[in-house]
Design a protein around this ligand. Structure first.
Ligand code: GUN
Length: 282
């Protein structure tokens, strides 16, 4: 039997349609300011996609582009300027930043109520404490929504996450733990990841290794979420070998059309929520 396809593109469209209606009812459109340093290829694509999706729902974006030689102090001053600007509802600093800049210092400067990426320690700290932060990072939030379409009750599920990044693996582990899952985070130093994924009810692959997860890595009927975006022979593919697992998995997200569109929808949702928070409607 073939796995159920978890259609992130459709779910993201529904969410964006709802956001468009919400925005149409507001006095002014919410504003998202994006800080982009240098010319990282992937960042250029991500930022372009975020702006395009925002424009589609009449959410205003302002892109602040900087040369890769910008100093840490100049970038800090920019963040502080955006913090103070009442027209700015959400701020994202696209990562990665060039190596001469201390990323934590920059992220830690963002006003938590404008931190629509959910990366500030105020927001990650509340999440860790199982309290409600202002914002949760878009990719893990999108992954949770996708899992919940096929697995509404997560209590007691065994989940293995491949990848321990600050942007995906770690916050996702916390979100799943907060839903009473038993979570194993694996990473580059984990011995025999396959032995762990074979026992998992849910596997989330977010490691950036093309087609890593094969049929013999998973339990029959497992839910598979693929966060990977890799280039393979001129095509985009994920961290899960779709062809290999599709007759064994219970449900799976495609690449493209799975987690990617949901990440953008969650960022837009966070920005609308930032507007409501700052205008005391939430
Ligand atoms: N780089 C890769 N993913 C992200 C993201 O979600 N937010 C930001 N700011 N940078 C990223």
């Amino acid at each position: 039997m073939s796995a159920t396809l978890i259609n992130g593109k459709n779910l993201a469209e529904q969410i964006k349609n709802n956001l468009a209606q919400q925005i149409a009812a507001l006095q002014t459109p919410p504003q998202l300011d994006i800080v982009l340093v240098g010319h990282d290829d992937a960042s250029e694509i991500y930022v372009r996609n975020k702006i395009k999706a925002a424009e589609h729902i009449n959410l205003k974006t302002v892109l602040h582009r900087f040369d890769e030689n910008i100093t840490e102090n100049e970038l800090s001053a920019m963040v502080e300027k955006l913090n103070a600007d009442k027209n700015v509802n959400g701020i994202i600093v696209q990562l990665p930043l060039p190596p001469h800049i201390d990323t934590h210092r920059i992220i830690n400067l963002i006003e938590p109520k404008k931190d629509v990426d959910g990366f500030h320690p105020y927001n990650t700290g509340l999440l860790q404490n199982n309290q409600v932060p202002y914002f949760i990072a878009a990719t893990p939030l999108g992954v949770m929504r996708l899992i919940q379409t096929v697995c509404p009750n997560l209590s007691g599920k065994n989940v293995v996450i491949i990848g321990a990044s600050l942007i995906v693996g770690r916050p996702l582990a916390t979100l799943l733990l907060n839903q009473e899952c038993t979570v194993t985070i694996t990473h580059i130093h984990t011995k025999n990841i396959k032995e762990l994924t074979q026992k998992a009810d849910i596997v989330v692959a977010a490691c950036g290794v093309a087609n890593l997860v094969k049929a013999d890595w998973i339990k029959s009927g497992a839910v598979l979420i693929d966060v990977g975006i890799n280039r393979c022979n001129g095509k985009i593919c994920g961290d899960i070998d779709f062809a290999s697992v599709q007759d064994k998995a219970g449900a799976i997200t495609p690449v493209p059309g799975g987690v990617g569109p949901m990440t953008i929808a969650m960022l837009l949702e966070n920005t609308v929520n930032a507007y409501l928070l700052q205008n005391q409607k939430k």
